[in-house]
Ligand binder design. Structure first.
Ligand SMILES: Cc1cc2nc3c(=O)[nH]c(=O)nc-3n(C[C@H](O)[C@H](O)[C@H](O)COP(=O)(O)OP(=O)(O)OC[C@H]3O[C@@H](n4cnc5c(N)ncnc54)[C@H](O)[C@@H]3O)c2cc1C
Length: 413
């Protein structure tokens, strides 16, 4: 029986597997696609790995470094293999997977889920109108353009002003499409300021805030969209509808942890929309860990990578019968939309990294840790916070001792 089986061969899964293999643990990676690297194989722009490798790499370069390490270590990988079921027994766990070779049953002491996130689709925002050809998710466009050299269309409307939408807009512009229009319901772009400058403003790509696509028009192929302005609550403003001719609609509506693929009853967090985890990224099922974008959507792959390394330490503790205490619950307080981990429970000396998404945009604030009674236990000064940038603090373990519950909020400094 193996020590650990990692489900998902993206950067997080590979990082966890490599960490464990380097320590001599018997570990395997199961990946549904025909190659390792996950989403990064199609992200050919640079900016990945500044923290992990100290260089700004493209997505494929980042994943190639991990794949090389995996090969050198002789890591066992199952490609084109889809995990269909996971069984949790008393003595061991079983991963049931299907591949062209048939059904595989892998017995393992630990499972690390690293299956990433998925894109929100048109049904989730009740996109109206017809269903012609020419409506794509941004990820699919990225794949078509960057991996297969195929342009999805010539006159493009992109719905959504987040990072993925901006990056895809720049690629399409550089590939020479005739026109691009970005529309989004917020008053400003929802992604990183760096991407607003480098992807949109530097290339003069047109965009319309407080605007959404109400309807897609077209029989066989997209012929246009009906745009409408929206108010600050995103309600359509009457009388502002207008037809805009285009042949392609790109949905860049945000990413959501891919939890539909979790094949066992782990406790979920409605705020992150991922599984609830402890400080070593173990889910509510003992010996089942979750890492990377499956846990919460991280802005940078470097953060997803870090969760995998933390989880690998947790796997090691689990395999060596590390001790746990009564859990201390961590919950988002005022001005914090979500945070990870949601509980702290291992006996350990290390400080606890906490990743949190601000709900507000503010300068000169303090991220404050409070006990159940609201007493401040400690604070971390931040020059500027905004919802598009995930924050990371390290909570000293001593700050949490003898507590059952803490909340973390963002307050004026
Ligand atoms: C469209 C899109 C564009 C993105 N662009 C950027 C960007 O420009 N910059 C950036 O920093 N981040 C970007 N991201 C985020 C990016 O996903 C992460 O930075 C990084 O890839 C997260 O790594 P991961 O290993 O957690 O997930 P992933 O890279 O998504 O890897 C998950 C792996 O699990 C596999 N898998 C899923 N289900 C199963 C199953 N049942 N059985 C076996 N294998 C399975 C998948 O095939 C995949 O290889 C983008 C994400 C998407 C969806």
């Amino acid at each position: 029986m193996r020590d650990a089986t990692v489900i998902g061969g993206g950067p997080s899964g590979l990082a966890a597997a490599v960490w464990l293999a380097e320590k001599g643990y018997d570990v395997a990676v199961v990946e549904v696609m025909g190659e390792l690297g996950g989403m990064l194989t199609q992200c050919i722009h640079d900016g990945f790995g500044t923290r992990v490798f100290g260089e700004a790499l493209s997505g494929p370069e980042f994943s190639e470094r991990l794949v090389k390490k995996a090969r050198l270590l002789g890591l066992r990988t199952f490609l084109n293999t889809y995990v269909k079921e996971v069984r949790i027994g008393k003595e061991f766990k079983e991963v049931v997977a299907v591949s062209p070779a048939g059904v595989q049953r892998l017995q393992t002491r630990v499972i690390v889920y690293a299956i990433g996130c998925r894109e929100r689709n048109g049904f989730e925002i009740r996109l109206g109108g017809a269903r012609p050809a020419g409506v794509y998710t941004a990820g699919m466009v990225q794949r078509l353009v960057n991996l297969y050299g195929v342009l999805p269309g010539r006159r493009i409307v992109i719905m959504g002003g987040g990072d993925v939408g901006m990056i895809v807009a720049r690629h399409l512009h550089l590939e020479g499409v005739e026109s691009i229009l970005m529309v989004f319901p917020e008053a400003g772009f929802a992604g990183l300021p760096r991407n607003v400058q480098q992807c949109i403003l530097d290339f003069g790509i047109p965009f319309r805030p407080r605007t959404v696509v109400k309807k897609v028009i077209g029989k066989e192929r997209v012929e246009g969209v009906v745009l409408t302005r929206v108010d600050e609550k995103w309600n359509p403003v009457e009388g502002t509808e207008e037809f805009h001719a285009c042949d392609t609609v790109v949905l860049a509506l945000g990413l959501v942890p891919y939890t539909g693929e979790l094949k066992l009853g782990v406790r979920m967090d409605p705020a992150t929309r991922g599984p609830e985890v402890n400080e070593f990224f173990e889910t509510s099922v003992q010996g089942v860990f979750a890492v990377g974008n499956l846990v919460q959507v991280f802005d940078y792959v470097d953060d997803a990578f870090e969760t995998a390394c933390i989880a690998a330490r947790g796997v090691e503790k689990y395999l060596n019968s590390g001790l746990k205490t009564a859990p201390i619950r961590l919950s988002p307080g005022e001005n914090v939309r979500m945070l990870t981990p949601q509980r702290v429970e291992w006996v350990d000396d290390a400080d606890v990294p906490v990743f949190l998404r601000p709900a507000v945009e503010k300068a000169n604030v303090r991220i404050v840790v409070r006990n159940r009674e609201g007493r401040v236990l400690g604070g971390f000064f931040k020059r500027y916070v905004r919802p598009s940038t995930l924050e990371r603090i390290e909570v000293p373990r001593s700050m949490l001792s003898n507590l059952q519950e803490v909340s973390i909020d963002i307050a004026e400094d």
